[in-house]
Design a protein around this ligand. Sequence first.
Ligand code: WT7
Length: 698
Amino acid sequence: MSEAREVLETSEAQIAVHWKEEEYVYPPATFIAQANMTDPGIYERFSLERFPECFKEYADLLDWDQYWHTTLDTSDAPCWKWFVGGKLNASYNCVDRHLAKGKNKAALIFVPEPEDEPHRVVTYQDLYVQVNEVAALLQDYAGLKAGDRVTIHMPMVPELPVTMLACARLGVIHSVVFAGFSGRACGERIADSGSRVLISMDGYYRNGTLLDHKVKADEALQVAAQEGQAVEKVLVWRRFRGQYVSQAPMREGRDAFMDELLPKYRGQRVAPVSMPAEAPLFLMYTSGTTGRPKGCQHSTGGYLAYVTATAKYVLDIHPEDVYWCMADIGWITGHSYIVYGPLALGTASVLYEGVPTYPDAGRPWRIAEQLGVDIFHTAPTSIRMLRKAGPEEPKKYNYRFKLMVTVGEPIEPDVWRWYHEVVGKGQAVIVDTWWQTETGGFLCSTMPALHPMKPGSAGPAMPGIHPVIYDEEGQEIPPGAGKAGNICIRNPWPGAFQTIWGDRERYVSTYYAKYCKNKDSKDWRDWPYFTGDGAFQAADGYYRILGRVDDVINVAGHRLGTKELESAALTVEEVAEAAVVPVVDELKGRAPDMYVSLKPGYAPSKAIEEKVIQAIETIIGKIARPKHVYIVPDMPKTRSGKIMRRVLAAISNTMDVGDVTTLANPEVVEEVRRMVQGERAVATQEGPEDIRRFGEER
Ligand code: WT7
């Protein structure tokens, strides 16, 4: 049990929160002495009265080809446009502008998973050369130009940021799909984004195995074709130059190896295309409550300004730091805080190919020691995993972190303390950064040299971010009220996504409809941004995030749409109905528990359970693997025929199922409960807030 001792009670519409307030932990003087942000006046400068002009301070961290005339244009509310009239290039800002002072400095340090394979350092000069050559190839060989979309399905290798920056140099919109996602998931994203080109890789190491990745490209193209999107070219990077490690055939005329094409472009330079600030830089797909993933569209100027400033002030990145974020570039954390933010600041960003516990739980600390990493960034799921597999390992290595980050899900105070005392050796400052794919960068975090830390709390809002917590009726819940509600942001900010690619209506209805004060208004004050997270604010202004309030499961810090998982289960011939719920998992935070009922004439079997797991792994990816598959005689349903996921979630988490007498089939609940919890009634646990609210009808 976590030391948080949080007890949550529901009283009708309101949610009361009582838990022990944690003690403050103060940043060491040595950290404060060298920090980038030590001026408490920043919060005053970014007050609502100074909005939106305050964000000029962030934009001024970039090099602009042309200055903007309008800081915030709200005429197309709620699609906000930042720094209108301004022009810049993201690859110029992340690469070219560092050459004068730091061309021989490391930009990327690649750590292959096999420990006997040497590290590869890519200097800013190397990065400049490679980005230019790849941009020349994309332009000439693949015929790509500003505004085109390209899907990139690649693992954690330096060629991934090189490819992203080459796209950015041309104004081509990249859509990076996490390598762990299946070919099918990749294909759906290719189709949604309308990509004519897929950039892939032959294989990569994961947990000691050289995985075949190119096979997924073939499947992706088939799926994209079924959805009406033809892909003309597949560009394939190779893990080892001149050697192909995939079993998948190369299709003549369609597929080509990057290492064979590149010599033709040796020495070529491509002038960075000066892009309007509000031109899209990339799409990042994320799960929502309905099946289709949402392509979050991020801008060039606003996004880059926001991630650069937050990386500088919250991650405290200086050019001479060695910064390591263990996330995958295939998620937003990697885009903002492995690639764009750190490179815009001219620092060395470490890229690790594999899993943190390979070949043992000492690996991250050996890497930190060898490379002199001083800023370390990861998620609670990895911290829990490393603590479990090697609680004493960090002590064996001689590294020193000045700052550590946690992101992706709430961190339990006892996990926080292990991170602080053992990983951080009691010396590192921790920032708990709360944000989302949609928000581009941090929304809440302590400013590391200005605020004390509080284990389990993200901290106050970032400068220029003005949250509000609303109850279901739209009443504001004040700080210290001891009640949780829906956390929203009152104002737009430059890092926010611009829309959902090709689906403005869904953008408005998902994020702005709930608390909109006037849908015809062009005034941002009428359009609070709905994050979908439950939270409460303590009297000191610190926010504690409780997790998703909608039907999305946060597995190891990543959102999975319940509908996506359920439709995958329904592809199994025998399955009639499927319902997925989150179950508390010691390592991943939450894992999916899958309930299925069978079509008439089929009997439950282990083989069917296996098929369901297989279907989810191939359609979505291994990350979505259910913790359990329960084949149930029927689903608990309302009289109108809706599956009661709330009841199943309670069963999975040994919580009380509550009053089920109004259901169409209350007897099924007891049957399923026995199946999962056993004969004895064990359901006494209160359960965490996000699970209590999961599947709630709204
Ligand atoms: C959801 C967003 C942000 C990059 C990684 C995940 C949860 C994120 C925290 C945190 C508590 C957090 C929220 C959020 N979350 N960071 N520090 N404390 N919860 O991006 O897949 O878009 O997921 O992750 O529930 O809404 P994502």
